[in-house]
Design a protein around this ligand. Structure first.
Ligand code: FCB
Length: 466
């Protein structure tokens, strides 16, 4: 059962300032985001093959409580209700990902018609509800069969990805509002191959570096294949970014901040926008790059997706971050000004296409009580991050939209079901969805921003008549 948002406009928390709302009222879309493995479930339904996350999550000791995504939010079966829920939030847009093993069970060979039909219906239903579909091709669920042949450490996987991208784009690219190749390649490379925290769980830094290059190469190859196929949708990539703060002016802290920023942000931005890997005294391992790779990687994009959760705190002597605004239930520092700084720095350093904030949000230890979830800290989190985005927009950064992560509480990777990021609470026993206060607040915010946009357009029209 799904509870829709249906009360009248009430105040669920303070809205951003009038100035912020005015800045974000025009040419700006509001959305919510999810990803396939985190919500779909239906692990063995409809011809889906296993992914590296199925294997990893079912390996004892890899995830909290051994949690896996076999059922998750059961979105594979409940998607029609979930789309009504999204509609009731009154957002403009929905960001979701396609599960590669659902549309091609082994990452090679035949396409699974049932899988493609699933996303086809989803896209059509979104459009019929007036919602823009924003599609991500890879949100970490590599077909397990491709892992058996080396996964992302094997250069050949990049070519398989391009074939997959083209097939999905040919099928859906006439209707979706954007296609992103990858979500957060840093996570796939580093958490998946260096720290072992994520699937496939390797601990090998040199491998992680080579994987990062293959991911970027696969992006370039996919862009080329989709462009050659005449795909009309805007094409880009989603990166997880942070600003970096040295703990002090001490040269060791400053050098560490530079290294962290180079490894996290510039490692992806420089190849994509400048055509080479960054140089930094702290970076010592570089991948094997073949002739022509960089030309592919740096091909122009139509948009850049930026995911922001926290800043990087750089202390060579392990001084903890002061965290004046506290931390989320993930233990991540709440630091909205880092988003302003990041966006203005990116704008200074690169010739950027339009930007979408494709993820931003917080985990909170939410409790459902009497049919309600009071989550004032989440409201405050979003409000302050929107202020930061408005400041960056006022400073000239071309930001076109904001997607809250996430629509629903869902499977938070190695943290399993213990971390709740949703605007909507999910009871995993009953699959009951209950909008939290923040869901109502987000809807109120969107209504207010829209009303302002209409108002300013009318005022402008009047001015022209004078
Ligand atoms: C991002 C991921 C997303 C979710 C959030 C909390 O790194 O893209 O799937 O896990 O973090």
């Amino acid at each position: 059962m799904t509870l829709l948002l249906n009360d009248t406009l009430t105040r669920h928390g303070p809205l951003p300032s009038a100035g912020t709302l005015a800045t974000l009222s025009k040419n700006f879309i509001w959305g919510v985001a999810t990803s396939a493995y985190q919500i779909e479930g239906g692990a063995n339904a409809g011809g889906r093959g296993p992914s590296i996350w199925d294997t990893f999550a079912h390996t004892p000791g890899k995830t909290r409580n051994g949690d896996h995504g076999d059922i998750a939010c059961d979105h594979f079966h409940r998607w029609p209700q979930d789309l009504e829920l999204i509609r009731s939030l009154e957002v403009d847009a929905y960001r979701f990902s396609v599960a590669w093993p659902r549309v091609q069970a082994t990452g090679a060979g035949p396409w699974n018609a049932q899988g493609l039909d699933f996303y086809d219906r989803l896209v059509d239903r979104l459009l019929s509800r007036g919602l823009q579909p924003h599609l991500t091709l890879y949100h970490w669920d590599l077909p397990q069969a491709l892992q058996e042949t080396g996964g992302w450490a094997n250069r050949d996987t990049a070519f398989r990805f391009a074939t997959y991208a083209e097939a999905v784009a040919r099928r859906l690219g006439d209707r979706v509002a954007s296609i992103a190749t990858h979500n957060e390649p840093w996570c796939t490379a580093v958490l998946g191959h260096q720290t072992g925290q994520f699937a496939p769980g390797f601990r090998d830094e040199a491998m992680a570096v080579q994987v990062s290059h293959h991911l970027l190469l696969s992006h370039g190859l996919a862009m080329q294949a989709m462009r050659a196929a005449g795909v009309q949708a805007p094409l880009g990539i989603v990166l997880n970014h942070s600003s970096a703060s040295p703990a002090s002016k001490d040269p060791a802290d400053v050098a560490l901040a530079s290294k962290l920023y180079a490894g996290f942000v510039r490692w992806y931005m420089d190849p994509l926008f400048l055509g080479h890997y960054p140089q930094d005294p702290g970076l010592t391992i570089y991948p094997d790059v073949r002739t022509g790779d960089m030309e592919l990687i740096r091909a122009p994009m139509d948009f850049l997706g930026v995911n922001y959760y926290m800043r990087l705190w750089a202390s060579a002597s392990n001084v903890p971050a002061p965290m004046p605004m506290g931390a989320t239930d993930m233990g991540w520092e709440i630091y909205p000004d880092g988003l302003r700084q990041l966006l203005t720095d990116l704008h200074r350093d690169y010739r950027l296409p339009p930007i979408y904030i494709t993820e931003n949000g917080m985990a909170e230890a939410d409790r459902l009580q009497d049919g309600k979830v009071h989550d004032p800290r989440r409201i405050e989190f979003v409000r302050t991050h929107l202020e930061a985005i408005a400041q960056a927009r006022d400073a000239g950064v071309d930001i076109r939209g904001y997607f809250y992560w996430s629509l629903l509480d869902n499977y938070e990777w190695d943290s399993g079901y213990t971390k709740r990021f949703g605007l909507v609470h999910v009871d995993y026993e009953t699959q009951l969805r209950t909008p939290k206060d923040s869901a109502y607040w987000y809807r109120d915010l969107i209504r207010t921003a829209r009303a302002m946009a209409t108002q300013t357009t009318e005022e402008e029209a009047q001015l022209w008549q004078l």
